[in-house]
Design a protein around this ligand. Structure first.
Ligand code: CIZ
Length: 309
């Protein structure tokens, strides 16, 4: 490690103690950000851990905007800060409140199932949330004859329809640009380069990529699968930051990104320098209007109720 980087980390460590800050990092963050975090995980794991943790006076959320919002919604009285407030999520922005209202109008009997990768405003208009780890379970828990509006990710929606055999799903057209950059030929080339490796792909990947995978899993599912599998090598079809997390959590195994292009520019806006500035200035609090937070909490709680956790 460079001297300048250890000096930066020392300052971060001093200030996080003084501020009583809990630093959370999503699995798609850069290696150095993951390494200084109190906890690395998926968006919901992080938000729920943040809500349960009583000692922290504030949260520094290293991820994208909807994730920090979710942490705020689940425990509104505790300040949540982002090192870079420009870290948005293009997938979350692919459906507007107005578009959802129109969809609801066109399908008045439908239940709205919303992937957590969505804005608070959209969650507030939804019946139940899901993550990529539990989307099929959430959909399966709903009455089979009730139409479902699934938003905003078409790839996750398509995968859930396949898993559940459900035909009455209206799936919105959104997609994650980072996962969409992974192509069939990337999987073929990676397999040729690492013939003994298993391919594990995220459900946000294109269907043709998914079909080539040995296993489809959310980020938390990837950790579990790779830890438990007897295989020693894995080709990982999701954002490249995940390769670092898997390497840390599954010692002795090897991980290869399916494509170096699957690098989310929004996730990588967070740097150690910006974490330090936020701890110094505390100038980027994440605000969710109380009335929106109140309505957005209900579909999140409904999901937790369905999972029974
Ligand atoms: O919910 C998350 O954290 C994301 C973006 C993906 C996943 O599979 O965990």
């Amino acid at each position: 490690m460079l001297d300048s980087q250890s000096a930066l980390i020392e300052k971060i460590n001093r200030l996080r103690r003084e501020r009583g800050a809990l630093i959370l990092a999503h699995s798609y963050q850069s290696a150095e950000v993951q390494d200084i975090a109190d906890l690395v995980g998926d968006s919901l794991e992080l938000s729920r851990a943040a809500a349960r943790e009583d000692r922290a006076r504030c949260i520094i959320f290293c991820g994208v905007h909807f994730m920090a919002e979710t942490a705020r919604i689940l425990r509104p009285e505790r300040p949540v800060h982002m090192p870079d407030p420009n870290a948005g999520c293009p997938l979350a922005d692919m459906i507007t409140a107005r578009e959802l209202a129109e969809l609801r109008k066109a399908h008045p009997e439908a239940l709205v199932v919303t992937y957590v990768n969505s804005t608070a405003e959209i969650k507030a208009q939804s019946d139940v949330c899901c993550t990529s780890a539990n989307a099929a379970q959430v959909v399966n828990s709903l009455p089979p004859d009730r139409e479902i509006i699934f938003i905003p990710d078409r790839n996750l929606g398509g995968w859930v329809a396949e898993q559940t055999g459900r035909k009455n799903m209206v799936i919105w057209r959104g997609f994650c640009p980072t996962h969409n950059r992974i192509l069939e030929r990337d999987v073929q080339e990676a397999r040729a380069a690492h013939p003994g490796a298993l391919v594990v792909a995220h459900p946000e990947c294109r269907p043709e990529v998914r079909k080539l995978a040995d296993q489809i899993a959310s980020t938390s599912g990837m950790v579990r699968f790779c830890r438990e599998s007897p295989a020693r090598e894995f080709i990982i079809g999701t954002e490249v930051g995940m390769v670092w997390r898997l390497g840390r959590e599954c010692p002795g195994k090897r991980f290869y990104p399916v494509s170096e292009l699957a690098d989310c520019p929004n996730m990588k806006l967070t740097t150690l320098e910006k974490i330090l500035w936020e701890l110094e200035e505390m100038s980027h609090p994440v605000e969710v209007p109380a009335e929106v937070a109140e309505r957005a909490r209900r579909p999140l709680e409904k999901m937790v109720e369905i999972l029974g956790t």
